[in-house]
Design a protein around this ligand. Structure first.
Ligand code: PEP
Length: 261
């Protein structure tokens, strides 16, 4: 298969942080910045801030996403939000299976898969998060765990549909810890993930974007994004500071330009 150039992407996951003031700061700065055209730039705030963010980003070239959705389109699910509601609020992207939801909300691989499918039905692009815990890595089981997380989704979601989304490799031990996977560690897992998808469909595997997440900062972003199979980042802490976020977006632009040569 001919060499595939994948579009870079950087998404800020605000988790349960942020305010209208932070939305205003991001909207202003993203509107004024010249964002690299080769990068999808996304901000994922708590859902109540979505309408304000969507309005603020209108002319910026950046997009808005959500952090979770319910698997059903509507119904008696108190406190939950359906994909169609997120779409209506202007979100275009949604995370599925973030490790904090797997950990604190006991989301299984099957539930994550049904949410992935629900996101597609609601015209959202799902970002499927996978990654092993420290215990699993120390036991040498990281590839087995991540493979299972992907194959369980492929039991429910057709590989062509998987390819309509994005993958994010986020080693749990690197999230919010300041401990990043080295570029070599991350590249090795990204290549493995691509091979798992390619086994189901070669073209989807080659075209699928795979983001790295876990303590990405301005000073380590470029070394990670330069890796062949790393197509950008999912950013937590550094995605709450506009200067850091813009610098990481710049790194994605620079690595994309280098890969295109
Ligand atoms: C995340 O929560 O998706 C994440 C990558 O967080 P951090 O960048 O803070 O490690």
């Amino acid at each position: 298969m001919a060499r595939v150039i994948r579009r870079a992407m950087v998404a800020a996951n605000w988790k349960m942080n942020g305010s209208k003031a932070l939305v205003a700061r991001f909207a202003k700065a993203l509107g004024e910045a010249s964002l690299p055209e080769s990068v999808d730039v996304i901000v994922m705030p708590p859902v109540v801030l979505l309408p304000e963010l969507v309005a603020g980003l209108v002319d910026s070239g950046a997009g808005a996403g959500a952090q979770d959705l319910h698997a059903q389109p509507s119904g008696a699910y108190t406190g939950e939000i359906a994909g169609g509601m997120l779409s209506e609020a202007g979100a275009r992207w949604v995370l599925t299976g973030h490790s904090e939801r797997r950990q604190y909300n006991a989301e299984s691989n099957d539930e994550v898969a049904t949410k992935f499918a629900a996101a597609l039905r609601a015209d959202l692009t799902p970002v499927l998060c996978v990654g092993e815990t420290l215990e699993e890595r120390d036991a040498g089981r990281e590839e087995e765990v991540v493979t299972r997380q992907i194959r369980d989704v492929l039991n429910i979601v057709d590989v062509q549909d998987l390819g309509k989304g994005v993958l994010a490799y986020e080693p749990v031990w690197a999230i919010g810890t300041g401990r990043t996977a080295s570029p070599d560690q991350a590249q090795a897992m990204h290549a493995h993930i691509r091979a798992v998808v390619a086994e189901a469909d070669e073209s989807v595997g080659q075209c699928m974007r795979i983001l790295y997440g876990g303590s990405v900062k301005p000073d380590n972003a470029l070394a990670l994004f330069e890796q062949d199979d790393i197509d950008g980042g999912l950013i937590g802490g550094a995605g709450l500071e506009i200067e850091s976020f813009l610098s990481i977006v710049g790194a994605a632009g620079a690595s994309g330009a280098a890969k295109a040569k």
